[in-house]
Design a protein around this ligand. Structure first.
Ligand SMILES: C[S@@+](CC[C@H](N)C(=O)[O-])C[C@H]1O[C@@H](n2cnc3c(N)ncnc32)[C@H](O)[C@@H]1O
Ligand SMILES: [Zn+2]
Length: 297
């Protein structure tokens, strides 16, 4: 069986949770080749096993080089180790392990390593990972590296998931579509959104911009908007520094949109420092559906 057929078989097992992003009608897997809706909208499995649900190509700064650098930082350094640990703890504490299949959906998953590493730490074996991102380069990499998960190229604005189908929604450093998230979250499901705090990667920002401090992140508006849509159960703040080698500093620059508009001399100066401490400063917002407010501790 080819990788494409294996992925098609995996998707066919869970096909009832997907609907057509164009007309919302149910889908089926045809000939282990395509996802086809009742109105014949057809989305083919790529040979790497992902499905492209976009009807037009999009131009993105998020290219192959950026995702390769992200992949290296996430999987080969410990920069996000604590983030994965905290998120999996939250999931293990809040979602009862059962034999019933449950979907963990990473909205804006990039190259997929966060989802894969979090899933690895979850105690619930019946959890199925699904990642969606608008960048084909990111999803291509995810599908090559993590074959047991389901990967879609798609737009958060046109979710391919049926209502109440997700036990967990992850939204890590990515844009959100709260209206869509509310519909697809199971009644007792959990949404976990990761947002930067003021000191997130501050060394990188200080080195790449002349105007120190001006570009620091403020996440008050994001938190308010989250609270408007979901009942905020908890905010976990993780703040620490991690020492990175010179190679990893180069990866850090390459993985970040911060470097897109920066002078080369600033980048070289930063990466030539050798070992360097980098600050991770993030908030993990944990939410449930508003009607569940009284139902959870
Ligand atoms: C900063 S990256 C974070 C990626 C990943 N969660 C991580 O932390 O490595 C933001 C991601 O959001 C994706 N994105 C932006 N707009 C999107 C949309 N409308 N639908 C789906 N993904 C989107 C980008 O392609 C990019 O991969
Ligand atoms: Zn359709």
């Amino acid at each position: 069986m080819t990788n494409k057929e294996k992925s098609a078989e995996l998707v066919s097992k869970y096909v009832h949770v997907f609907n057509c992003p164009l007309c919302n009608s149910p889908m089926e897997v045809v000939d282990l080749k395509s996802l086809v809706c009742l109105n014949n909208h057809t989305f083919d499995f790529a040979k790497q096993g992902y499905v492209n649900l976009m009807t037009r190509s999009t131009n993105s700064h998020y290219d192959k080089k950026l995702f390769e650098a992200r992949h290296k930082i996430i999987t080969e350094s410990d920069l996000y180790g604590l983030l994965h640990e905290r998120i999996s703890e939250v999931i293990n504490e809040n979602i009862e392990a059962s034999n019933n299949e449950s979907m963990i959906f990473d909205a804006g998953c990039g190259e997929g390593s966060h989802l894969n590493m979090i899933l690895d730490k979850c105690k619930n074996d019946a959890m199925i990972g699904l990642g969606l991102d608008i960048s084909k380069e990111g999803i291509l990499m995810a599908a090559k590296n993590y074959r047991k998960l389901i990967w879609f190229v798609g737009d958060l604005a046109k979710s391919p998931l049926v209502d109440q189908s997700c036990q967990v929604i992850l939204n890590i450093l990515s844009p959100a579509n709260y209206k869509g998230f509310k519909s697809i979250l199971a009644p007792d499901g959990l949404i976990v959104k990761v947002v930067p705090r003021p000191n997130y990667l501050k060394e990188l920002r200080e080195a790449l911009y002349d105007d120190k401090g001006k570009n620091s992140y403020k996440n008050d508006d994001t938190v308010s908007l989250f609270k408007h849509h979901f009942h905020l159960v908890d905010i976990l703040n993780i703040s620490y520094t991690e020492e990175l080698t010179q190679t990893k500093l180069i990866n850090l620059v390459q993985m970040s949109p911060l470097a897109w508009n920066t002078k080369k001399e600033h980048i070289d100066h930063f990466t030539n420092q050798g070992l360097f401490n980098i600050t991770v400063d993030l908030d993990i917002l944990v939410g449930v559906n508003k009607q569940m407010k009284g139902g959870r501790g």
